[in-house]
Design a protein around this ligand. Sequence first.
Ligand code: GUN
Length: 280
Amino acid sequence: MSAILLSGKEMEKELLTSQIERCQALKEKGIHPLLAVIVVGEDPASAIYVRNKGRMCDAIGILQRTIELPESISQEELEAHIEALNTDPAVTGILVQLPLPDHLDENRALACVLAEKDVDGFHVVNTGKLMRGEKSALPCTPRGILHMLKKANVPLEGKHAVVIGRSNIVGKPVAMMLLQENCTVTICHSRTQNLKEMTRQADILVAAVGKPHFVTADMVKEGAAVIDVGVNRVDGKVVGDVDFDHVAPIAGWISPVPGGVGRMTVSMLMENTLEAACRA
Ligand code: GUN
């Protein structure tokens, strides 16, 4: 393998020490960071995310409250729970675990979270601020991707970044953040024609497709930084969107799955939670 490995595990470790110290310093000032997580229904992937978030909170000293709500809950009841957290002075950060069951309106629920307590950066005000290049709570996965690229000193200014995927959680916000770093950004998606022609131009390639081993070696320019956001289950194993074994010899940098972006997402949630507590 010639590519430099972008290890989320290592970067998580580096951040953890400083997060423990910052949490302790906040407590000494009488501020007790408390992350409230709303989980609706029993999505198995959500259960794993929530458990990982909980472990990290424990390691840092962030208090947590998990509100488990039944699958059958109404929009009004869900919003009443969010409102109660908004007005509770002990709660410094709020996260609504996605996806919500189909009968619930995700946008309405996310808009209900007080923007100051929004640790996911999903509130429409924070989304708008990101679009305008104003300081805001940033979505955790995109923030983690930028952290990885900067930590590894991957050149960004003037470089061509190609993002595959246009979700509100990853594709769109990471494209905006790369633009903010003066990249030239192309967003590709399921209807893009000549995808390979696009991806082969990428100095930075972000794969957020949700298809195992979708990005193959022939789609990658030599020396590119390849960021794999995929979390796909194949025969009980977690694999990314990138065909790691064949892409790694060509790439300049590559993030593995597992142990890559996923680790950074939780780490950045902790950053956002500490920052929200400072605001409180
Ligand atoms: N579901 C999958 N990823 C995320 C995330 O980053 N935040 C929330 N709230 N739900 C998710």
